[in-house]
Design a binder for this molecule. Structure first.
Ligand code: MSP
Length: 521
């Protein structure tokens, strides 16, 4: 087994009822940035994503597409695989709930819950939303515009009556409240923990966990005609991927329990109530954290297929380039809050922070080195207090960024990094190395050395966010691949004078402002 500390991070597994959109890309991107960060910081990372392929919603979508469900799942799941490639997600696994290993795992989990006395047979009579794949009690419903009943999410509900197995969720109330008390970081952000706590404090009803009115799912072991409720099936993917039910396997021992289950706020109850309840009942260790992020709207409007305003991540990458997409999504909105996507803010943000920010800094610095220092990292003389100040800020950056990343405060981590980039910009403006060529070449060399060193460290730090651009920056400075981990940050590893540099082509292209209706220009 690895000597390095383990870090296990998961995305929700995506329903294959539809093609991937920006919301899916967003959740996985957050995990990808964290996974890449942890790898560079010396962790043995397991980063899991995949697709949720059973249940009524998928069955109906397959029917609508006129395809057998498995064939339909294969097709849509592949599209999520393509998204992972296009976004350069570095997931270690892509799980599908129709895989045989998953059937074994979730059936075993069921048996354990049954053996421990948490499952009983009864029948369900109540409301169900296929879109949410969720049961709702009468008092959770509201009236839609046409007087029809609807779920809190706005999804339609239907009355269901069928034989069903139940999980004794009601018995877990106290244990769950204890969990939220003892492990206050179990649910983040804090506002979400309060939401969960108040839901559980209100009392829990037992949960229907098998369905009999359709057949696209994992069969309940030994109970003919019953298939598992899609959420018990789906949640168990997190265990399957690391080897459950083989609790002695290396990967289970290394990676379970998960460090972070990243989710959107809409699926909080499933992850912060049902999932720990299943695990507590099965006497399995609980994950350390469930982080629920907010939702994107598009230019102020809820994103929905019927409004025709779904943002296609493939199109965004095509229009703006991958690095810009990755940067904008995690920089623009405090992680955990809802955010509004707008092409104007996209272009403004990327031009200011990428093209004019780090891109321009690199361009100016390397341009001057190529012109005035024979294309090699210059030697520096004695460092001034300004030089030392900037270098120290850079050297201590990792600690601050790590702290923000450990709290999934991506925007704060980015802010800290870009603050140093802007300090370097002020430094270059004050020092004016282009003027020093004539007056003091030794000082010019020192200034350029300091700037190149700051760029080296910034480039190492931004690899998780903008991997392509960071790679080009590091190539330009002649940094070998093995010197790109966080172990090479700080004052112990400085740029080696004399290293040949290559001024790279544009690192962050300047983006065109979108043409807005009514613009005359
Ligand atoms: N299959 C379940 C998850 C099972 S996990 C054991 C599911 N799938 S989903 O495909 O509907 O949604 C997956 C994720 O996409 C959720 O985390 C959801 O919050 C996220 N998003 C969907 N639309 C979104 C936005 N408009 N904005 C941000 N994220 C959104 O739920």
């Amino acid at each position: 087994m690895s000597e390095r500390p383990a870090f296990y991070i998961t995305t929700p597994i995506y329903y294959v009822n539809d093609v991937p959109h920006i919301g899916h890309a967003y959740t996985t991107l957050a995990c990808d940035v964290l996974a890449r960060f942890k790898r560079l910081d010396g962790y043995d990372v397991m980063f899991l994503t995949g697709t949720d392929e059973h249940g009524q919603k998928v069955e109906k979508s397959a029917e609508k597409a006129g395809m057998p469900p498995q064939e339909f799942c294969d097709k849509v799941s592949a599209r999520f695989g393509q998204l992972a490639e296009a976004m350069k997600f570095s997931n270690d696994q892509f799980i599908r709930t129709t895989e045989p290993r998953h059937r074994v795992s979730v059936q075993r989990l069921w048996q354990v819950l049954e053996e421990k006395g948490f499952i009983y047979e009864d029948s369900y009579a109540g409301w169900y939303s296929v879109r949410d794949e969720a049961f709702y009690s009468e008092d959770e419903l509201s009236e839609g515009e046409g007087g029809e009943k609807q779920a809190p999410s706005g999804a339609p509900v239907e009355w269901v009556e069928e034989p069903s197995y139940f999980f004794r969720l009601s018995a877990m109330q106290d244990k769950l409240l204890e969990l939220y008390e003892d492990q206050p970081d179990f649910v983040m952000p804090k506002s979400r923990l309060n939401e969960v706590r108040s839901f559980v404090s209100g009392g829990l009803l037992d949960l229907s966990i098998s369905r009999t009115s359709f057949s696209w799912g994992v069969p309940v072991p030994g109970k003919e005609g019953h298939i598992m409720y899609v959420w018990i099936d789906a949640l168990a993917n997190y265990l399957t991927a690391v080897g459950y039910p083989d609790e002695e396997s290396d990967s289970y021992k290394a990676f379970w329990p998960a460090n972070v289950h990243m989710i959107g706020k809409d699926i909080l109850r499933f992850h912060a109530v049902y999932w720990p309840a299943f695990l507590l009942a099965a006497e399995l260790p609980l994950p350390h954290r469930v982080f629920a992020h907010g939702w994107w709207t598009n230019e102020g409007q809820k994103i929905s297929k019927s409004l025709g305003n779904v943002i296609d991540p493939f199109e965004l990458i095509e229009s703006y380039g991958l690095d810009a997409v990755r940067f904008y999504l995690l920089r623009e909105v405090p992680f955990g809050n809802d955010g509004d996507f707008s092409r104007t803010s996209f272009v403004q943000r990327c031009n200011a922070d990428l093209a004019n920010g780090i891109g321009n800094l690199n361009n100016r610095t390397l341009g001057l080195i190529v012109k005035n220092c024979d294309g090699a990292i210059p030697t520096h003389n004695e460092l001034s207090s300004e030089d030392n100040e900037l270098l120290t800020k850079t050297d201590v950056l990792l600690d601050e960024v790590r702290n923000h990343m450990d709290n999934q405060a991506f925007h704060k981590a980015f802010e800290a990094i870009w603050k140093v980039a802007s300090d370097a910009d002020s430094y270059i403006s004050v020092e004016e190395p282009w003027k020093l060529k004539k007056t003091d070449t030794e000082r010019m060399k020192t200034v350029l050395y300091v700037l190149a060193e700051v760029i080296r460290q910034l480039a190492i730090l931004i690899q998780p966010i903008v991997p392509d651009a960071a790679g080009r920056l590091l190539d330009g400075l002649g940094i070998s691949v093995k010197e790109r981990s966080f172990a090479f940050l700080g004052a112990d590893h400085r740029l080696v004078s004399g290293t040949t540099i290559i001024k790279p082509d544009v690192i962050f292209p300047r983006l065109e402002m979108p043409v807005v209706d009514g613009d005359t220009e």
